[in-house]
Design a protein around this ligand. Structure first.
Ligand SMILES: Cc1cc2nc3c(=O)[nH]c(=O)nc-3n(C[C@H](O)[C@H](O)[C@H](O)COP(=O)(O)O)c2cc1C
Length: 228
């Protein structure tokens, strides 16, 4: 008789990971790390079209993320229409202009991002063939308007965002984790319901041929991990 570790409720199916040798695991771990270490945030995108199927697959990968109580509290809104991309750019630039030039961005924040070379101008919001806007469902809302509590929606959506970024990079495309602040204009332009809050705006496409990225270093392992 099978013994279930979590009591006798629920519907379970056998699960095991494929057996691998330690060498094989080390090889895969290293290969994946090398691949991810090459990922960079891109801020100049080519206008070259990208097949919709790739975006769908990246979102499907993001949708495999673990989530609090398996509530999957995410909505990915995909924008390819040039006029809607333009509207998003105009609205994002209006907010970011106030941040950069209207005094809304505190000086210490300005200092922190100075080396990234960013400004209020966001041409990539029109150049990138796709904008993928990730919304966090802060609570559930059924058709009758009944609310359902969501557990750890912020953490869950953050993990889904990470998987989306990894998927986009793995397939050979580029993205930027963009959070034009405040992002309420995205709810308005994309007509999202009251339970959803904009989380990140991802332009997705290919970098321009002359793209550059800021020279940055990443913290070494001994600074980001502790074994006790
Ligand atoms: C939550 C979050 C918000 C970010 N928001 C912006 C943004 O609004 N604009 C921008 O140009 N970069 C933004 N970035 C990108 C970071 O600047 C970038 O990840 C960081 O400089 C490291 O560079 P890399 O992604 O190339 O490794 C954001 C990143 C994160 C994780």
């Amino acid at each position: 008789m099978t013994t279930y570790p979590h009591g006798d409720s629920g519907d379970f199916t056998p699960y095991s990971v494929r057996p691998r040798t330690e060498d094989e695991m080390l090889e895969r771990a290293g290969a994946f790390h090398r691949l991810m270490a090459e990922r960079r945030s891109v801020r100049t995108f080519s206008r070259e079209p990208v097949p919709r199927r790739l975006i769908e697959t990246a979102i499907a990968t993001a949708g495999t993320a673990p989530s609090g109580a398996h509530q999957q509290p995410w909505t990915f809104v995909v924008v390819g229409d040039p006029s809607l991309k333009r509207e998003i750019r105009v609205a994002a630039e209006a907010e970011e202009r106030v941040n950069y030039e209207g005094g809304r961005m505190p000086d210490d924040w300005k200092e922190e991002i100075a080396r990234l070379g960013t400004s209020w101008q966001k041409p990539y919001l029109e150049d990138a063939p796709w904008l993928v806007v990730l919304f966090e469902q802060r609570f559930g809302l059924d058709a009758a308007g009944n609310k359902r509590k969501h557990y750890y929606s912020r953490e869950s959506v953050g993990i889904a965002a990470g998987l989306f970024i990894a998927a986009v990079h793995y397939m050979g495309l580029a993205t930027l984790t963009h959070t034009p602040s405040p992002m309420a204009f995205l709810s308005r332009l994309l007509r999202r319901p009251a339970n959803e809050r904009p989380f990140v705006l991802f332009p997705v496409g290919l970098p321009t041929e002359d793209a550059v990225v800021p020279r940055l270093t990443r913290k070494p392992l001994d600074e980001i991990s502790i074994y006790t």
